[in-house]
Ligand binder design. Structure first.
Ligand code: CP
Length: 316
């Protein structure tokens, strides 16, 4: 994204994980960890953001991110206003920036935004005074997904430095992969990006920062033997991935029960959702509670979004 960026983590906005330090990443997931009992309804909701108003602007479909930002805000005592393309004046051609200005003029305290163009959240952050949280922008980043993934890995494996994380599938179209690569390499983990040459290129090896590393390869069967984490990605048919999928994609890159049986006993299986069952992951693996942490990722997502809202919305 280059120099056009508003600072990644200026404690006003959360636009990307690229550029956050190890300490900043750890601070965010430490705070999220403290909210888990509230998320699991073992402790009462908090009042930290009592009287605040969060705008959820989702100009691209979402189940997990949209619901969990709304739930996170409410668990902190804030109210939520929810907007999508359908049913808003975006469908009449109003720009995303004008829409953000409009909701800001109504007195919102933070804007959570998902949009199709890469860089959309940055554009809005440059235009409004309210904190902006990127809930996924095109192929660029999905920072709260990267944080919830990091928290989930730490819960199972402890310190992730020197661990090996294998991310498999449609890397080229994946903002989840980019956010994970930035966070994991900053923490010191070794990331192996696996997929067909049409969906992952060697250029990803140069985006690593910090002590960790990135290797691009195309052989899942070799990579899975060393994996501490296997993260399966959705083939994003809506982002032109369809034409780039080889006919034998499932055989070469799908996580079948047979393939999963070759993983180390402690290796965890992740997926950001939504899943294409029977394509990138088989149901026997996705639903295997001894390895699959997919629903734990969802639960952690609420806690991470609570932490981010709490950190960015100034208390009155
Ligand atoms: N993982 C994720 O972003 O899922 P949604 O598209 O359902 O929000």
């Amino acid at each position: 994204m280059g120099d056009m960026l508003v600072t990644a983590w200026d404690r006003k906005n959360l636009l990307q994980l690229e550029g956050l330090t190890r300490d900043e990443l750890i601070e965010l997931i430490d705070l999220a960890q403290t909210h888990l009992d509230v998320v699991k309804r073992k402790e009462p909701a908090l009042k930290t953001l009592d009287g605040k108003l969060v705008a959820n602007l989702f100009f691209e479909d979402s189940t997990r991110t949209r619901c969990s930002f709304a739930i996170a805000a409410r668990r902190l005592g804030a109210e939520v206003v929810d907007l999508s393309t359908t049913g808003s004046s975006v469908s009449k051609g109003e720009t995303i920036v004008d829409t953000a200005h409009t909701v800001e003029a109504m007195g919102v305290d933070a804007i959570v935004m998902r949009a199709k163009p890469s860089g959309a959240a940055h554009l809005v952050a440059q235009s409004v005074q309210a904190p902006v949280i990127n809930a996924g922008d095109g192929r660029h980043e999905h920072p709260t997904q990267g944080l919830l993934d990091l928290l989930t890995m730490r819960q199972h494996l402890g310190d992730m430095s020197t661990r090996t994380v294998v991310i498999v599938g449609d890397i080229a179209n994946s903002r989840v992969a980019r956010s994970n690569v930035h966070a994991l390499t900053t923490i010191g983990a070794h990331v192996r990006l696996i997929g067909p040459p049409t969906l992952v290129s060697k250029s990803f090896e140069s985006i690593a920062q910090g002590p960790g590393s990135v290797i691009v390869d195309h052989d899942f069967d070799v990579a899975l033997e060393d994996a501490d984490v296997v993260m399966m990605l959705r083939v994003q048919l809506e982002r032109q991935a369809g034409g780039n999928i080889p006919e034998d994609y499932r055989e070469l890159y799908g996580l079948s029960k047979k393939r999963a049986s070759r993983l180390k006993p402690e290796t965890i299986v992740m997926h950001p959702g939504p899943m294409n069952r029977g394509l990138e992951i088989d149901s026997e693996v996705a639903d295997d509670a001894s390895r699959s942490v997919i629903l734990q990722q969802v639960t952690n997502g609420v806690a991470v979004r609570m932490a981010v809202l709490e950190m960015l919305i100034p208390s009155s």
